[in-house]
Write a protein that binds this ligand. Structure first.
Ligand code: PEP
Ligand code: MG
Length: 316
């Protein structure tokens, strides 16, 4: 199986009926980028830029950020897109030099793009660094934790201001990781180039179960039919507007979930580096038309247990 995965990893991901699904990697830095390419990643669907900002005394300078994003783009080489997520802190991710207010419910407070909009100077420096690094590759910018159209528009407005007439346009996307974003995916899709579903947070907010809670971990299941319905809404909305849609949450790395995601019409799976080979092997054995029918059936089920049982019955 290992040898099979190594071999499959080096070929483009195709289903048994010849349908193309992009298999991308989730990374933190240029070292990961090189590792991802060696492991067969066709792109990077999620660069978690907060890793650049953590474990240090002050924010990385604009120049240091430009260098770091540029190094990732160069490590990927031509033909592989790099989706950089802007700073995603707050909730479970603290920042020493940007103390966030103590909040009763940090997961419902200043998190993700809300922190960036609250600290525009920090955000603008990151956006400038991204614009400067963009010519070194196929760089896309993605905003985390978007819950409203106003948040997306505010983030895009700052990007447009920083780009001015000086920088060429960069592709922009929104993460779908809050149920409200999935429910208004139609409005969001109209104003971005792509959407990427963060199933870790989407599951947490959909089921109101802390993603790290030791007693709830098993029930906080991305294969819950409520989460699948939010994914379905998102994919339909993106495709109605001719935009591509990815999944970059942990669900994309779960072999059991693949037929469901393929059947729901997801265009890109961004997975942990060690999962790339296994995801490609599994995809090569799936028939898309069958997965579409299966996904339609899964959407009518009522519990995650039922979804898992149905998916296990088709597992190879
Ligand atoms: C997610 O929420 O699914 C996601 C990809 O973002 P993170 O895990 O970094 O919060
Ligand atoms: Mg998230």
């Amino acid at each position: 199986q290992r040898a099979l995965e190594r071999e499959a990893a080096q070929r483009p991901a195709l289903t048994a009926d010849g349908f193309k699904v992009e298999v991308a990697a989730n990374i933190r830095d240029a070292r990961d980028a090189r590792e991802a390419v060696a492991a067969g990643a066709e792109a990077v669907g999620l660069l978690r830029s907060e890793f650049l900002f953590r474990d240090r005394a002050e924010a990385p300078s604009e120049d240091a950020q430009t260098g770091a994003y540029g190094a990732c783009a160069e490590a990927l080489g031509p033909g592989r897109k790099l989706v950089v997520r802007t700073l995603d802190v707050g909730g479970d991710k603290p920042l020493a030099y940007q103390p966030l207010p103590r909040e009763e419910n940090p997961f419902l407070g200043l998190r993700g793009v809300r922190v960036s909009l609250d600290r525009p100077e920090l955000f603008r420096a990151q956006l400038r660094a991204l614009l400067r690094a963009a010519p070194l590759g196929d760089l896309h910018i993605m905003f985390p934790m978007v819950a409203t159209l106003e948040e997306l528009r505010a983030a895009k407005a700052l990007l447009a201001e920083e780009a001015g007439a000086q920088y060429p346009a960069v592709k922009v996307g929104a993460m779908i990781e809050v149920p409200s974003a999935a429910l208004i995916a139609d409005a969001l899709a109209r104003e971005v180039d792509f959407l990427s579903i963060g199933t870790n947070d989407l599951t947490q907010y959909c089921l109101a179960m802390d993603r790290g809670h030791p007693k709830l971990a098993k029930q906080a299941d991305g294969l819950h039919p409520a989460v699948l319905r939010l994914i379905a809404l998102t994919v339909e909305a993106a495709h109605r507007h001719g935009k591509w849609v990815g999944v970059c949450g942990g669900l994309a790395s779960d072999p059991l979930a693949l037929p469901a995601l393929l059947g729901l019409g997801v265009d890109e799976l961004s997975v942990d580096i060690p999962a790339i080979g296994a995801v490609k092997v599994r995809l090569s054995r799936l028939v898309r038309a069958e997965c579409v029918a299966l996904a339609r059936e899964l959407l009518t089920l009522s519990t995650a247990t039922e979804v898992r049982a149905r998916l296990a019955s088709v597992a190879d």
